[in-house]
Design a protein around this ligand. Structure first.
Ligand code: RP5
Length: 162
């Protein structure tokens, strides 16, 4: 059994640019729960609520959150801003909320300036499951319980599960 430092914040924090991005959470939830990961959900737009975003981010970062997932559409700067404020891994989920169907958000996330990476997994809520799996893969490196849950998930996929 691993003994982890006591933290006051969830291991994974999912930040959304808007309440309209909430469907993404529904896709991630079952997997985060399956992998035994505590998670939080916060809505804070990088453009419209920068002070709120900074507040949430700093509290989570100091309180022990280990992986951030940032979900946003259109000119989706949220993951990049989060990655500039923390040294922890940041996973980006671009959503198709504007007339450019998510390509705008994907391009905003995928080509970050050198030194500030965002791991962009898939466009849209269907692909958001992969954000949960990637978060689990990162945390499994130092957590045998998460590693075991991931191994079981992979075995299930090998038997044809999804
Ligand atoms: C982005 O603009 C949000 O992440 C959302 O995907 C999109 C539209 O936002 P709302 O107009 O629905 O608040 O900032």
């Amino acid at each position: 059994m691993t003994t982890r430092k006591k933290t006051t914040e969830p291991r994974v924090l999912v930040l959304l640019g808007s309440a309209s991005d909430l469907p993404v959470i529904e896709k991630m939830k079952p997997l985060l729960e399956r992998f035994g990961l505590t998670y939080g959900v916060e809505i804070a737009s990088a453009h419209r609520q920068p002070a709120k975003l900074h507040r949430i981010l700093k509290k989570a970062d100091r309180g022990g959150t280990e992986v951030f997932v940032a979900v946003a559409g259109m000119a989706a700067h949220l993951p990049g801003v989060v990655a500039s404020l923390t040294a922890k891994p940041v996973i980006g989920v671009p959503v198709a909320s504007g007339p450019l169907a998510g390509v705008d958000a994907m391009l905003s996330m995928v080509q970050m300036p050198p030194g500030v990476p965002v791991a962009t997994v898939a466009v849209g809520s269907a692909g958001a499951r992969n954000a949960a799996v990637l978060a689990a893969r990162i945390l499994a490196l130092a957590d045998p319980q998460v590693a075991a849950a991931l191994a079981a998930y992979r075995q299930e996929m090998a038997r044809g599960g999804r």
